[in-house]
Design a protein around this ligand. Sequence first.
Ligand code: NPW
Ligand code: ADP
Ligand code: K
Length: 513
Amino acid sequence: MKIFTARQIYEADKSTIQKEQIKSHELMERAATQLFEWMHSRLRGTQVNIKLFCGIGNNGGDGLVLARKLNEHGYSIKVYVVNYSDKRSEDFLLNLERLKDGKVWPDFINAESDLPEISPNDIVVDAIFGIGLNRAPDAWVGNLIKHINSSRAFTLSVDVPSGLPVDRGPWEPSYVVNSSYVLSFQVPKLVFFLPETGVYVNQWEILDIGLDQDYMINTETDFELIGRPEVLPMYRPRLKFSHKGTYGHSVIVGGSYGKIGAVQLASNACLSIGSGLVTAFIPKCGYDSLQTAVPEVMVLTGSREKNISGIEIPFEPSVVGIGVGIGQDDDTVSAFGNFLKRVDSPMVIDADGLNILSQNPEMLKDVPALSILTPHPRELERLMGQWSSDFEKLEKAKAFAAHYNLVLVIKGAHTITIYNGKGYVNTTGNPGMATAGSGDVLTGMITGLVAQGYSSVEAAIFGVYLHGLAGDLGVSSKGYEALKASNIVEHIGNAFSDVFRQPEMEQKESGQN
Ligand SMILES: NC(=O)C1=CN([C@@H]2O[C@H](COP(=O)(O)OP(=O)(O)OC[C@H]3O[C@@H](n4cnc5c(N)ncnc54)[C@H](OP(=O)(O)O)[C@@H]3O)[C@@H](O)[C@H]2O)[C@@H](O)CC1
Ligand SMILES: Nc1ncnc2c1ncn2[C@@H]1O[C@H](COP(=O)(O)OP(=O)(O)O)[C@@H](O)[C@H]1O
Ligand SMILES: [K+]
């Protein structure tokens, strides 16, 4: 699913109005009707106090239409107009009149002294600012937002949490509504998925308000949300007359004394995702344990006992995944550098492989084109320097990936794969995966997909999706705390099955942070 910028959403809005020959207030009515139906289908007439905080733009207009409909259906409502500017939108004004026609009289909040009481049992509808926010809210509006946040009432945000700009980080982090639930129109917003701004969104759901499909389909976006519909077409079915040679021979290079488990996890994951053959290249100390732990994996050892000091692979692998547990001894660093010079086909580079690149940036030019780098945030910072916001991080990552012609997998709660100027935002995974070795599993999975003929970018996107899904399935039996990286490997098969389960269920896009 495409992730549009605010400017693109306004264009989609305009294009819909032109094509359908409707008035903008009719589109507002359509959007707010969706909001109402969502609430009504859940509340079914329950007498709870609903306090609607409406700004003076179109986000506020949506709130006013919702208020009118809730009132018509007998709900107990109180409307507050947050009067932060005299530049009221036409559709806001129209709907203010319509609300008054229904004998609903809003209170106007003009300053801090007007803050109303909010009980934890109320429902707050947050329609103060939408995607039109373009500067920091005034202090008194910020304090109203803080007041809403401290009420502990269930807070339903219209389109976006108020105070959260959609194309940058907030000016003042405490002036953003902490939404219990965001009902977002038509498309998800990038800020829902970034570590600095995703924290304001507990759950989100997309409401389809019927914006112009032609515009949506034909407009290129910089970011895409990756769910089941996006990965299904990537799947390459296994063929009846295939054999293990069809699915590639992966080599996982890594490990050092005390860190052989990283290679075990990666090579096991590589096999489990379907690589025809898997060989691990490790120092001697890991030979017995690896052969015992995963008998299906072949093992080559270097000449040293405790670390890798030279990488010799006596055959042409389909793909190499390198770096897990490898360490940064001087000999290992030069073995890694020499190896990069000798390999032309894309590799998967992780962990200390990335740290070696950061310490020796001259090696970056030898990384084969279309290689996949899988840094967690600290490794990314070492590779490309610091950033001042998530948006700057993404821009830097795009430039870095383009400069070296690489695929960059920025790991996190919503892992983002960067390639060719675009970002692919993953939707699977959970905090149970914040555990030792889960990144090693991902390295093995992506390597195994490249071995089977997936392109680098598809292997990264699909691998990240399956990895998160395997983690989600693992958590359903283990719980967050007890989930271990090896449980993620155990669930790779189930993750494949899950991708093919009832694709029609994907109609509604929603998520939980
Ligand atoms: N997309 C769609 O298809 C549909 C969208 N709809 C809805 O429209 C919403 C967008 O509405 P919107 O453009 O009127 O902007 P909104 O967020 O209400 O802000 C209002 C105005 O406030 C101003 N302003 C900005 N920052 C400020 C600040 N810090 N302090 C004070 N003032 C500030 C700024 O005006 P300015 O003062 O800069 O001229 C801005 O224009 C969208 O989120 C959705 O809910 C649906 O109705 C129908 C279909
Ligand atoms: N809170 C989270 N939600 C979803 N996925 C997560 C979360 N925390 C970590 N992960 C995933 O777990 C993996 C951790 O990788 P990494 O930090 O390299 O671990 P390790 O070095 O221990 O193998 C990444 O794929 C990341 O996306
Ligand atoms: K809002």
